[in-house]
Design a protein around this ligand. Structure first.
Ligand code: SAM
Length: 278
């Protein structure tokens, strides 16, 4: 599977066509802003302007995205090592380097992945993926509707609910407000999967004043965002067996390289962890 063989939106359509596809180029989108901080090309001026505002509060925001992608890789490799070879990646984002299926299928070529995102641009790129990788699918859905997602034909086709599943909510629950009942949503997904399944969450963490300032910017510019405390993030794993080292700043979760003793603001901006269902 070669993501870079897909054509860019800018090459294949003009702005009127984007509108028709549900892509709003007048407001920043979470998926496209994340693409900006990962140095991708699938974004617009409005997304870059949003990221520029964020860099005024958290100059390290590009590094934060890298820490998040790095733990995504470590987490998927860990889960495959535990015998988990099928994944539902909720809030998967635009294709970038080292996507879940690439990491998982390198460890086990039979691994299956369903990507779920509510941004229409993710599906546009996902169509190329569908054509090129029979064990991977992309669906456009809102993760706040677990019943719809769990019943989706691609999910039923690729995921065997009698075998452990990796439920991934990497870098996405902080886009949900408390009214959305993120903990209830986590429970709905985890109830649908058998013992041995794993839950993988990373989340913006309100552990410093800089983080709280960044949260305000996210809210004012993106209209969505709720940074949570380490305790609130840990509570998503209630009822499951957290694997070592628990819920920690991303660079500290099973690092593969030496990590400095004093973490920067950016290194502490997101926390994450993985737990196993018993
Ligand atoms: C910051 S990106 C994270 C991408 C990827 N999981 C990662 O960590 O590298 C968050 C993604 O979640 C998606 N998202 C936000 N709210 C969502 C929702 N309610 N349902 C589905 N996807 C959502 C956004 O469109 C975006 O692509």
């Amino acid at each position: 599977m070669m993501w870079h063989t897909t054509r860019r939106w800018g090459e294949m359509t003009d702005r009127r066509d984007l509108w028709k596809s549900g892509v709003d180029t007048t407001r920043p989108s979470i998926a496209r802003a994340y693409d900006v901080v990962l140095n991708g090309k699938d974004n617009f001026e409005v997304d870059r302007a949003f990221v520029h505002e964020i860099t005024k509060v958290v100059p390290e925001i590009y590094d934060v995205a890298t820490y998040n992608r790095q733990i995504l890789g470590r987490g998927v490799r860990f889960m495959v090592g535990q015998g988990v070879t099928q994944f539902i990646d909720l809030g998967s984002g635009l294709p970038t380097v080292e996507n879940t299926h690439q990491v998982a299928q390198r460890a086990d070529p039979q691994a299956r992945v369903v990507y779920v995102d509510n941004d229409p641009m993710v599906l546009a790129h996902g169509r190329a993926l569908l054509a090129e990788n029979a064990r991977t699918a992309v669906i456009t859905s809102d993760l706040r509707d677990p019943a719809e997602i769990l019943a989706a034909p691609d999910v039923r086709r690729l995921i065997d609910f009698d075998r452990p599943v990796g439920v991934m909510l990497v870098g996405v629950l902080h886009h949900l407000h408390d009214d959305d009942d993120p903990a209830g949503l986590v429970r709905s997904y985890m109830e649908a999967v058998p013992a041995g399944s794993h839950l993988f969450v990373t989340h913006f963490c309100a552990s410093t004043q800089d983080a709280r300032d960044a949260e305000k910017k996210f809210l004012s510019l993106l209209g969505t965002g709720r940074f949570r405390t380490p305790e609130e993030i840990t509570a998503f794993f209630d009822g499951f067996d957290l694997v070592e080292p628990g819920v920690v700043p991303l660079p500290l979760w099973r690092p593969e390289e030496q990590v400095p003793a004093d973490l920067t603001v950016g290194q502490r901006l997101m926390f994450g962890g993985i737990a196993r269902k018993h």
